[in-house]
Design a binder for this molecule. Sequence first.
Ligand SMILES: *Cc1c(COP(=O)(O)O)cnc(C)c1O
Length: 401
Amino acid sequence: MTQALTEQPNTLLEVFPRKLEELRRNGLYRSFFPCSHLAAERGHATHGAEKVQVWCSNDYLGLSQHPELVRAQIESTVEHGTGSGGSRNIAGTSATHVELETRLAAWHGKERALIFSSGYVANFETLSTLISAIPDIVVFSDARNHRSLIEGILRTGCRKHVFPHNDLDALERALAEYGDDHPKLIVFESVYSMDGDVSPVGAICDLADRYNALTFVDETHAIGTIGPTGAGVCEELGEHRPTFVQGVFGKAVGTVGGYVAGPDGALDYVRSHAPGFIFTTALPQSSMDATLKGLDLVQEGDALRRRLMDNVRYLKGALRAAGIDFIDAESHLVPVMVPGAERVRRVSRRLLEEHGIYVTPINFPSVPRGTERFRVTVPPYRTPEQIDDFVAALRKSLAPE
Ligand SMILES: *Cc1c(COP(=O)(O)O)cnc(C)c1O
């Protein structure tokens, strides 16, 4: 017999509405914006009965709606079905999983690559498994690292130093506290998405060499967007030294999943020990086949990357001409500053209601209070007219009501 929901409420559950109320009071309650992207009209989505333009997508190259990826996924689904039917160990490893891992390893110049359900899982599982296997290892972690990196480190309870963002002197001082033989791991990103800045990968590798440390670099935002074949900042710099390179498919590659590339023994160990790799259903072959196609387009995608950066330059010029404050970062990300939690939400609402444009307001804790912003992206398919219209709408929405 089913029980009425209101009967004998467990007092333990009362804590949640109270905590949610607190979130609302602090302006941190999250509401989702349902938007169904339109493959036939890239950069657009339906929001209920409305059609909106989306200006904050992580689909940096627009590949998630590319006809060739869509076709690859449909054809593979017809041939292989919708699910993998098991974990990687239990009939979930398709020929495409194997091919993709081989290609990813070669792309990053590493011995082996391992695919996970997402970039978050790749970071969390690889870091927590590796760190747990090396007794006494000390981890040096950039202060702006993504939550998945932080959680992977915290999971192990290891000793750690959080160094100020990109601060090489502070990193060196922390490294120098330990003897040459003390195991060390430096964890950082190549592109930080909130500011769009690029880290000094070469200088961090120099320090790693000097102090005998392993390195783990999250190239999430650089995959597909930076480097001659889109393999990231390391490829751009010709930098082969990072021990581990992490990347995702859910952003510029246009599908879903994440991976780590690195030394054979270490990743073979992760393959046999990481619970979030072993005890979970593998991604479907259809998704892997679409990813393989996405990787093809990324690797031959110099024209796409050029158009992306042309659009970034055009957008920055238009913002400058309109007197709109933004961070002139090195990467393809364009943070437009709209300080004030209430203000950034209000401007976002005006853009939507008056112009049919959607950009997510970015608030604390993603960025420090007082530096609220929009993280604007301009995929290659955007036209100069669309960019001009976007900037005009932004200017109107920023003006006092
Ligand atoms: C998005 C992101 C991830 C997680 O990737 P998902 O595939 O979305 O789970 C990891 N690291 C960074 C820096 C990211 O921005």
